[in-house]
Design a protein around this ligand. Structure first.
Ligand code: PRX
Length: 673
């Protein structure tokens, strides 16, 4: 059994015109939306000149720029000795400093009027709700930190968090941060297998979960997946499991290992001083997909991440004290870490958390929530916007959305039509839209409009955040100064950047720093995205240039899915590509060669789709499978993915096919035989 793999960086992939504009059309986009004057008047950064001033200041002396902000915006137990220690590709920020991010997110607000301000407003899918003030959240976090300590969790021990979108997920994260136990949050939609891989790689000592959660009118049985992940000593480092009671469904509790959250929490002391953490102490590991191998553990540390998420939240979302801010992401992804939990709470904001998603029984639920809580700032993914467009304008039009003042998108390129719909139907042509480009690795937003300052164009993430030296280069690292496009890179370290791949510094170096060589002694962070700059210097991010695909904004490695497929006994060889999808951006298309004695059938296709769901999770389930006698390969045995991508999207196979070993394979694939 073989896993298909080919050259690491294929040609820049052009996404189809169905969800993506063509390069020609974007570079001619002439719709420009200036920040509304009313908005700019009160914005933190209220003019383009102000943005440029900050950008130039940061560019001239990035170290002084970040040092000034660290001093002004965060609370420290001890100040740093050095601001930046850059030994490429390894970076340290604010070495010698001591702080605790849970202190910055909680304790410091208790000394102010924010003590009784809502920190988290939570809405459950069945319609239940809860509000936690800063004082209440602080108490819960301290108690839970003591629960963790009581179960032997010490500074440096990794804690797995596998939760639905309930306040306890944020409480668990902050409690870990308080005692210096790095968390690794695993998205609740991942399967037991995927959870086990992450717990094993992270050497997690304890897992926090729930009996289940509510999603799309159903319950998801999380504890059952944890049991499966841990059976037969699957993750031997895990000693205890803490279980929140959410759905109240029957679950198995192993008395030697499993504990109910509410039973331990109620007797725990609310006195838990924050652990003074070194700036570079690990805050969390978050697994994300890459081109090769298993998902990698992206490591973020304390001070740089705290500062970067704090500043980006403040300036990009233009937070005001009475704002209700809502990011619809799940805490299982980086967006949830940075922009539901750490960034907003560090700023003393009110962060809304929702357990569910739009579903047949309540397709207008997002707009109900905007109306119910008077949401001012709304941040979601293009996939969600496209799905909402399909559901119809009558749903938002039937609700009062007048509280909204700022809209954001993240996770994938947004097509101009979706952007215009968002602007017109949701923003009523008065809310700025921020299209924010960033990654798990970058910790926070990197390229984005500042809503009171930057004129926007539908489909462009516009310009870099102050302090971010982003550029577009060719494979030799030469800047591409015209509009022809190239690879997105960052030229100077920034505080929120990932520090390493957990347990594999070589992989960190290989993946991000070696594809493009240093230019004039300057190391270039390789993001893995293709991008163009237009005549105004605006960035247009086109999507991944490696074997990573984005399905409904979820990042998946084609090789992970191929590995899952070939682990099924019927499969001899598999190659997975992304096919453009009107709503999800991309859909998974798998080409499969079966073992000699296996008959192709629709039942087998379904079985294989189910198999991938079991191995990774429903987000990785192929939309379509095509069986084939053989896959198109070069004479040296590499799968020609470019051809498969064309076939999957129903396009004529164009370009050079002279290196193809057996041309008849292509004809058979075309006919689906
Ligand atoms: O391809 C880019 C796409 O999402 C990738 C990062 O995925 P992940 O680490 O899961 O983080 C997603 C949330 C930050 C990027 O390499 N991406 C993210 N935002 C945008 C985007 N592509 C285009 N425009 C964006 N605004």
């Amino acid at each position: 059994m073989a896993i298909a793999s080919d050259a690491f960086i294929p040609d820049l992939i052009q996404l189809s015109a169905m969800t993506q504009p063509t390069i020609e059309s974007i570079l001619q986009e002439d719709r420009v939306f200036s920040p509304p004057a009313e908005f700019s008047k009160t914005a933190h950064i209220g003019s383009f000149e102000a943005y440029q001033g900050l950008y130039d200041k940061a560019n001239a002396d990035p170290v002084a720029f970040w040092e000034e902000l660290a001093d002004k915006e965060l609370d420290w137990f001890e100040k740093w000795d050095t601001v930046l220690d850059w030994q490429p590709p390894f970076v340290k920020w604010f070495e010698g400093g001591k702080l605790n991010i849970s202190y910055n997110c909680l304790d410091r607000h208790l000394k102010t009027w924010r003590r009784n301000k809502a920190a988290i407003i939570w809405e459950g899918e069945p319609g239940d709700s809860r509000t936690l003030t800063y004082a209440q959240l602080h108490r819960e976090v301290c108690q839970f930190a003591n629960v963790l300590k009581g179960l032997g969790v010490k500074k440096g021990d990794v804690v797995g968090i596998y939760m639905p979108m309930i306040p306890e997920a944020a409480i668990a994260m902050l409690a870990c941060a308080r005692i210096g136990a790095p968390h690794t949050v695993v998205f609740g939609g991942f399967s037991a297998e995927a959870l086990r891989d992450r717990l094993v790689d992270g050497k997690a000592k304890l897992v926090v979960t729930a009996d289940g959660g509510f999603r799309k009118d159903k319950t998801i049985a999380l504890k059952q997946e944890v049991d499966k992940a841990l059976e037969n000593d699957g993750a031997p480092t895990v000693e205890n499991v803490l279980v929140v009671q959410r759905t109240k469904e029957d679950i198995h509790m192993d008395s030697r290992r499993d504990h109910w959250w509410h039973e331990l929490q109620k007797d725990a002391s609310a006195d838990c001083p924050p652990e003074p953490m070194d700036s570079e102490d690990m805050l969390f590991i978050l697994y994300t997909s890459g081109s090769t191998g298993k998902p990698k553990g992206v490591v973020h540390t304390t001070a740089g991440y705290n500062l970067y998420t704090h500043m980006t939240t403040k300036w990009i979302f233009d937070l005001k004290d009475d704002d209700v801010y809502w990011c619809t992401a799940d805490v299982g992804w980086i967006t949830g870490h940075s922009y539901i939990v750490y960034g907003p709470l560090s700023n003393g904001a009110t962060s809304l958390m929702y357990e569910g998603v739009p579903r047949p029984s309540n397709p207008g639920c997002l707009w109900d929530i905007v109306e119910k809580y008077g949401v001012n700032i709304f941040y979601t993914a293009p996939t969600a916007i496209r799905a909402l467009i399909k559901l119809g304008e009558h749903l938002p039009n039937a609700r009062d959305l007048s509280s909204l003042r700022l809209l954001g998108t993240v996770g994938e390129p947004i097509n101009p039509e979706a952007w215009m719909w968002y602007h017109r139907v949701i923003g009523k042509e008065r809310c700025p839209i921020i299209d924010t480009w960033w990654q798990t690795e970058t910790g926070g937003v990197m390229i984005t409009p500042l809503p009171g300052a930057t004129p926007t164009k539908p489909g462009s993430a516009t310009l870099p955040f102050p302090g971010i030296l982003a550029d577009i280069v060719d494979l030799e690292g030469n800047p591409v100064d015209d509009t022809s496009g190239g690879y997105l890179v960052v030229k100077h370290p920034w505080p929120g950047m990932m520090r390493t791949v957990y347990g594999d510094p070589d992989r960190f170096r290989r993946t991000y720093w070696e594809h493009i060589p240093p230019k004039d002694g300057q190391y270039l962070y390789f993001a893995g995205d293709g991008a163009h700059k237009d005549k105004d210097g605006y960035f247009w991010v086109m999507g991944r240039v490696d074997d990573v695909i984005s399905v409904a904004g979820h990042r998946l490695g084609t090789m992970e899915i191929e590995s899952a497929l070939v682990s099924h006994p019927a499969v001899a060889e598999a190659a997975v590509v992304g096919r453009p999808d009107e709503i999800k951006g991309e859909e998974i298309f798998a080409f499969i060669t079966l073992e000699a004695d296996v008959e192709p059938s629709d039942a087998l296709k379904n079985e294989l789709k189910q198999h991938v769901t079991g191995e990774i999770g429903a987000i990785a389930r192929p939309g379509e499978i095509r069986f084939s006698d053989a896959l198109p390969k070069t004479r040296s045995g590499k799968i020609m993915r470019r051809l498969l991508r064309s076939l999957a999207s129903g396009q004529e196979v164009s370009g050079d096919t002279s290196t193809l070993e057996d041309r008849s394979v292509l004809d058979k694939l075309r006919s689906g035989a």
